[in-house]
Design a protein around this ligand. Sequence first.
Ligand code: SF4
Ligand code: MG
Length: 320
Amino acid sequence: KEKLIEVKNLKKYFNVGKGKILKAVDDVSFDIYKGETLGLVGESGCGKSTAGRTIIQLYNATSGQVIYDGEDTQVKKSAVDKKSMKKKMQMIYQDPYSSLNPRMTVLEIIAEGIGNHEVQLKSKEKEARVYDLLESVGLNKKHANRYPHEFSGGQCQRIGIARALAVAPEFIIADEPIAALDVSIQAQIVNLLQELQQKKGLTYLFIAHDLSMVKHISDRIAVMYLGGVVELAGSEDLYDNPLHPYTQALLSAIPIPDPKIERTRERIILKGDVPNPMDPPSGCRFRTRCPKAMQICTEIVPEWQEVSSNHFVACHLYKQ
Ligand code: SF4
Ligand code: MG
C-alpha cells in the first residue's frame, strides 16, 4: 500500500505559563495509507484533535515530521506551494452548527471554500459547483439560500462536509463528526462519508472517543492515551486481539449487541483518573491505571514496536 502521510516522532507542546508545559502530543509515529480510513480513538483530552490539527498544519509541530505524499510539510515553501498543500487537507468538525458562520447562506459558506483557493472562478461557475457539492452530500439547490439555523444537526454536518469537499481535497480529518448528532442520524453521516470516500478516492483520519464508533468505518485503528499512541492495528485485528492493556479496557466496555453471543471479554474497570497531562507519570504513561503494571513500567518508556505484521504496540509486556 502507498503511504499518503508519514507522521514521524511528532510532538506538539503548549506553553501554558508559569513554566508549565502541556505535552498534548508526545512522540507519535504512524503512517496513513492512500484511500484508507485510519480511526484515531481515545478519551477526551488525550491529544487526538491536537494531533489532527498538527498533521494538517493548523498548528506548528514542536518537533518531528509530517511527510505528505513524500514532501516534508514543514520545509519552508513558497506561498503558492503552501496554499496548494493546504488545499489537499481539510477538516470536518464535531459541532456542525457552530462551525458554520450563522450570517452566511449555505451558498456563501460553500462558495467561500472554493473562492479561497480559486479566486478566478466566475460567480455562475461557483454557483454550479456549489449545487453539485450540495447534491453530493444529499442536499440540493433549494437549500443554497438558507442559513445554518434553518437546518438540523445532520444537515449542518452535510453542509460542513460539502464545504470541506469544495476544494477537492485528498485527505480529510473528521474530528468526532457524529458525536454531537442524534444516534438515528449518525449512521447516515457515516454512510455518506464512506460513499464519498469511494467516489472521490479520499483518505480519512476519523477521530472518535469510543471504539464502537470507529469499528465500522476504519480500516485500521490507532489508540491514544495521554498524548501518546499506544496501539495501532487493522480494525479486525485490534478487536480480536487487543494487546495494550488500555485497548483491552476500552474494548471490554463496549456492549455486545447480540445476547446470544457469549461475552468472552471480561469487563475491565480502570482504577483512578487520567493523570494531569502537565505532569504525566514516568516510564509508561498508562502505568498508574494499568492492571498489569510492572516495576520496569515506572522506569522506562516502552518502545513503539511492530509485534506482528502491521500490529504496533507500546508496552513492556511485548518486549522483543
Ligand atoms: Fe501496563 Fe507496563 Fe504495558 Fe504500560 S508498559 S501498559 S504499565 S504493562
Ligand atoms: Mg477533541
